[in-house]
Design a protein around this ligand. Sequence first.
Ligand SMILES: [Mg+2]
Length: 365
Amino acid sequence: MSGERIAGLELAPLNLPMRRPFVTALGNKRISRNLLVRLRLEDGTVGIGEASASLAWPSETQAAMAAALRRLEGRLIGASILCFRRLAESAWEAAGEHPTAVGALECALMDAYTRTKGIPLWRFYGAKGRSVTTSLTISAWPGNQAARAASSAQAAGFRRLKVKVTGKNPDGDLRRIASVCEAAPQATLWVDGNQGFTVKEAIGFARLLRRHHFPIRLFEQPVAREDWDGLAQVQKEGGISVAADESARSVSEAGRLIRKRTVRILNIKLAKCGLLGAFKIVRLARRAGMKLMIGCMAESAVGLSASVQFACGTGVFDFVDLDSHLLVVSPPGVPGFETRGARLTVHPTRPGCGAEIASSFRSSQ
Ligand SMILES: [Mg+2]
């Protein structure tokens, strides 16, 4: 039993250059300053998690996330990994205002637990399948740049493209979407407003997209995260299914959106609610007949592995947006899944999240 006790919590900055500048309504990003979480057991087993920085969450710096987790260290060291659920719940209670950090710690706990049991996470979460098909994100770039990215994405096998729009420049947004449609005629599009629109602008834009008969499947977070009535209005009057992302930052927010039937789609991210929270939201949403999307922040292939394993294992996601490993440069190591074009496939037997960081890697700082 002693080997199952937690012996150490290691935190290391992970500074990941974006392969191309990432542009949304919230700003630009060239590097993602993430935090790698490693939970070491007495027998040498290591559970991995990764907390990603996000434009939507500027207060969650590496230092703030590390400090939040350091405060939890006392209750982790010496505890049995078999109590992973209680440990995760107590971490959420103590540091729930840092969901990305706690979400990563929870991934490390689950990873360590399933590794000691010798089972892959996708099996732990239901073993529904081993593959999912992801979208690829096109930043809010000028039309010609977006078109080049869309064309190579289509050639690589992507049939779902998520296009960032800003709301600040409707002509530019429309041109980008038209260019993407022309460059990738086989693709359907998801449009992500990242809170950049007013309610009136969002309804007008959604109607405009419909008038052009673009193959749009959803309009993600068009308005400010706290404007729930506005979100409901865009859903009602815009004519396109609305997905809540920034408005659904926690289990309780997701629960409220589900109860009020504010939107048709919920975007779940482990960086917002962790694995246990994600599972709770899945159950609530499915009972209410809502559609589910799984998204990510800017995790490397290491941090994204838990999300891919969760999506495969549960098999419940109608929209899979797990492409961050294609947008950032990952640290050396082995991801917990294989990427072939848009298809992500987890390893059949490798335990835990399946990811390993190269032993030569210490920290990118
Ligand atoms: Mg989003």
